[in-house]
Design a protein around this ligand. Structure first.
Ligand SMILES: Nc1ncnc2c1ncn2[C@@H]1O[C@H](COP(=O)(O)OP(=O)(O)OP(=O)(O)O)[C@@H](O)[C@H]1O
Ligand SMILES: [Mg+2]
Length: 495
């Protein structure tokens, strides 16, 4: 290269101008195509070529695609391809710039129709590299006004090639970052949704993020939340989002089921284990092998079963009733309760060691009151689903739903909607169709106004899981006011 540089003269004004213009645009180009278009324009000017093209090399298929061309009619690109593919291959193999003069005299080049027809006299080709590999090739040719390209032209072209490479590295990096950003944004979008669960509020988005995170692990999850908040749906969502999703998901309700029945369901039994055990039976924990097992209402299981369950979790093994053989299982355990398990532990009604084993990853589902913004979404969703799209709700009725406190959460909301759909008139749910069950409020309305007020305060704090700030917000009063009322209640109790 140095010997070539020794031979070149000072650049012409046109050459200098072309390089200058190109370098000026480099920092603002952020797309590969735009870079190539701009480069080709300046290259053609700098070496005073009549025609130029840029071919992108595809190393998987080992072929070229022309992505930009100058002064070449669209229809001639195919025939030119035939000629230029020979030049492209040569540059590709040698990884060096090439220059041909008197093309017409070269048998292996002049045989191409395009060379003869267009009277190409001189051709020049230079590779553009990305990460030391050929990324593309620039070809320019001359037909009429001149006999041949000079070595100076070749150096010029090499200079352009290097400038393109530098800009290319930056553009490709930007493009990768752009793609990564889109994919991360998509992931983020996915992470705030849960299968079959409606909710756009902050507490629901937080819940969704938490569930997406825990679903990826094999950790035992304890789901807590008031009745009707969606514990069942969350357990299912964890399974569906986990790597066990194609394996079984089984659930067992543990509340108010006789102990021995629950035990034989969970662990199975051997023939003759008890009267009526006429054949061997697999337990559900065994059936759920490799999948997920959801134990609903875990607070209700007996102390004896608590001990057995502890063994399952600690050793991942079960023994069927009446059997001696130990079976290894691989099951992810999810449990749920609407009771306060740690209180039960304190009272000695629930094994502390089991509680810690179950509570590896606690997930608390917010009450509907804590996410009142989701009420319209849920209402619209269920009105459409149950009402088959024929019934709508008026704004006053919606307001009534939004202002209610929903002690029975989503389940209660669905019940109210079911009833409202029956009482809808002319395809519209009005306030009259919405009957809110106020029985839970019954006993708080006794006594003097002051007593009723205090009852409401206590009840509301309860409904917000002890959160006085939320309770105050929902009553439209200050936290301070709440504290004053609580102090008055204390005072009355004590004296
Ligand atoms: N976010 C939600 N989006 C849509 N439907 C929901 C949502 N949460 C709960 N539901 C619906 O509300 C009803 C009650 O939910 P689920 O049975 O999961 O509650 P739960 O917490 O298990 O209640 P319980 O403690 O009484 O068993 C179901 O019909 C469920 O589909
Ligand atoms: Mg449930």
């Amino acid at each position: 290269m140095n010997d070539i540089i020794d031979q070149i003269k000072a650049p012409t004004k046109e050459q200098f101008e072309a390089v200058y213009k190109f370098t000026q645009t480099l920092h603002s180009l952020i797309y590969q195509d735009a870079l190539i278009e701009e480069a080709l324009d300046q290259v053609v000017k700098a070496i005073d070529a009549e025609r130029g093209l840029f071919a992108r090399y595809n190393n998987v298929n080992n072929d070229f695609t022309i992505i930009a061309a100058r002064n070449i009619k669209q229809e001639t690109i195919t025939s030119l391809n035939e000629f230029s593919s020979g030049i492209l291959k040569e540059v590709l193999n040698s990884k060096k710039p090439i220059m041909y003069h008197d093309v017409q005299q070269q048998p292996d080049l002049s045989k191409f129709e395009s060379v003869r027809i267009s009277g190409i006299k001189s051709v020049i080709g230079v590779p553009v590299f990305h990460e030391k590999e050929i990324w593309g090739i620039i070809i320019a040719d001359s037909q009429k006004f001149r006999e041949k390209f000079t070595k100076q032209n070749l150096v010029m072209l090499e200079l352009f090639s290097r400038l393109i490479s530098i800009a290319l590295d930056r553009i490709i990096e930007i493009e990768l970052l752009r793609l990564e950003k889109i994919s991360l944004e998509n992931q983020l979008e996915e992470n705030v949704n849960l299968p079959d669960m409606i909710g756009e509020s902050k507490p629901m988005k937080d819940l969704a993020k938490l569930i997406h995170r825990v679903a990826k692990t094999d950790a035992t999850v304890l789901i807590t939340g008031e009745s009707g908040t969606g514990k069942d749906l969350v357990a299912r969502a964890i399974h569906k989002l986990s790597k066990r999703k194609d394996k079984p998901y089984l659930a067992q309700f543990c509340g108010s089921i006789p102990d021995n029945l629950l035990e034989s369901e969970l662990f199975g039994y051997k023939k003759g284990a008890f009267t009526g055990a006429n054949s061997d039976k697999k337990g559900l924990l065994e059936v759920a092998n490799e999948g997920t097992f959801f134990l609903d209402e875990i607070a209700d299981i007996s102390t004896a079963l608590q001990t057995k369950l502890l063994r399952v979790i600690e050793n991942q093994e079960i023994i069927r009733l009446g059997d001696t053989q130990v079976k290894k299982i691989n099951v992810r355990i999810i449990t749920a309760t609407n009771k306060n398990l740690s209180d039960l532990v304190k009272k000695g009604e629930f094994r502390e060691d089991l509680y810690y084993r179950l509570n590896v990853f606690p997930v608390r589902i917010p009450t509907l009151r804590e996410r009142q913004g989701d009420i319209p979404l849920l209402a619209e969703y269920y009105i459409k689903r149950i009402g088959e799209g024929n019934i709508s709700i008026d704004s006053a009725a919606m307001k009534k739903l939004e202002q209610h406190h929903w002690p029975g959460n989503v389940r209660q909301l669905i019940n109210v909607i079911q009833r409202a759909l029956i009482f809808a008139e002319n395809g519209k749910i009005g306030t009259d169709a919405i009957e809110l069950d106020e029985t839970h409020n019954e006993n708080i309305y006794t006594g003097t106004l002051d007593e009723i007020t205090k009852n409401i305060v206590v009840k509301r704090i309860e409904e917000f899981g002890g959160n006085k700030t939320l309770a105050a917000e929902s009553l439209g009063v200050s936290r301070k006011w709440i504290y004053i009322k609580l102090a008055e209640i204390e005072k009355k109790k004590n004296g």
